[in-house]
Design a binder for this molecule. Sequence first.
Ligand code: DQA
Length: 554
Amino acid sequence: MKYGLIGEKLGHSFSKTIHEKLADYTYELKELKENEVEGFLKAKEFEGINVTIPYKQTVFPYLDVISKRAEKIGAVNTIVKKGGKLYGDNTDYLGMKALIERVCGDIEGKKVLILGSGGTSKTAKAVAEDFGASNVIRVSRSGKDGAITYEEAYGKHADAQILINTTPAGMYPNTDGCAVDLDRLPNLTGVIDAIYNPLRSVLVIKAQERGISAEGGLFMLVAQAVYAAEQFADMTFEEGTIEKVFGAEMNEKRNIVLTGMPKAGKTTVGKMLAKNLNLEFVDTDKLIVDREKREITEIFAKEGEDYFRKVEAEVIAEVSLKNGLVIATGGGAVLRPENVLNLKKNGQIFFLNRPVDELTPSRTRPLAGSVDKILKLFKERYSVYKSTCDHMVVNNVSAADAVERIKEILSGRKNILVLNGPNLNMLGVREPDIYGFTTYSQLCELIDRHAKELRINVTTYQSNSEGDLVTKIQEAYGKADGIVINPGAYTHTSVALLDALKAVQIPTVEVHISEVSKRENFRQISYVRAACMATITGHGVNGYLEAIDLLVKG
Ligand code: DQA
């Protein structure tokens, strides 16, 4: 083989699809037994290879040159043949570095816990130390070889801010495991799991539920492959290559899960979306009917709801571990927390929220046979749909519209609405000693430029009329990911704007150009503030850009 991967068991490797997105070579997976490694390396019948478990140390004696970082970590994952000589390097280091930067930002001065005792734990330790973490502590079950035990970690290092899991707890096929008890590490701000199958381990899901920035190992896997491919071809890929390949890989592997009320449009939207994205569509209700060889109404009538829910949970557990599916779930699927957890492992959950007066009764749905039943169900379940989803999509226009909105969310491109109230169209002319000399159209240009840099969509709108602003906020329901609002003088008078913001529940930041807190008494009240996640005052027109940044960070 010319390019490829050697290791013991490679059945579940993603490396082939990643490498073949990067370059036009064929990337082969070659399983070797321990006693075959020497012969393979000595024959040198390859140009560039990656090495995986358990041979990252085994290969050392057969290499002519070993990079400093590979030496330091004690593991080689990339070997390139140049002029007949074999050069070994460790691009896992660079992959881990890229993942830490992405998930945790700057970790200088922070306390880092690394779980596990294998090669990846050493890579993580080297990166965290090089980033200037104040304390890097390895934790393992045995507590040997410079590591401490879990109990010691909970006792002495409960103040740790960053956690990196390199153990296989929670990895396919035993995906229910979780490496650590997050309740006992209450100060965490960043969690990384080297596991990428499933895409989100239970650890990552639980950390995200607590509001901690957390991600699995796919980004690291892609990044190490990009750095390895650069060495194979002796070139540098253009900036953004890692993100691009990661995005493409995610699009193939990730499931899109649709939840929501019976008749919310999950099947219609799901089929359309699957066709559009070239993914397979499955409906968990249909899988249950196929398995049971009878209709759902019959299962309910003969066996009762509990039996149905049991079969549903089994079907969901199975389907959740597959990749690249659009999954429409039964209306009650998310009532069981275990189903939600399973669906999240490889999937992003979209709550398809159709206005309740458009949900028509259906005779084939045992719990949604009449308008009264539907209303009762909606009241019981709305908060569950809302709290268990990754994203809510309002299905109030058409299925095609909902499909576009889902695709927009998946692309990661956020939609931000910037609203300005009365007299802000007079910026530049209006009391420049208070509001500055930037005109309204210059402000819009500044915002546009910033949006391009951040790769987001921003819509700007100004009105002198309170009602128009209320309408704009209402129209943003289900479409905008964030609102920046400077209500001008309506800040101090408008309950209607406050109510509109509360109605749509879109994350909102309030902005004032001037330092309102230092001005007249009547400017000290802000009604909208109660519906805003933050307020920025007195930063001039820059305040708008800061507000956008806040919303993009989420
Ligand atoms: C303002 C402050 C308000 O009090 C005033 O009515 C405005 C502009 C600001 O941006 O500083 O119109 O919101």
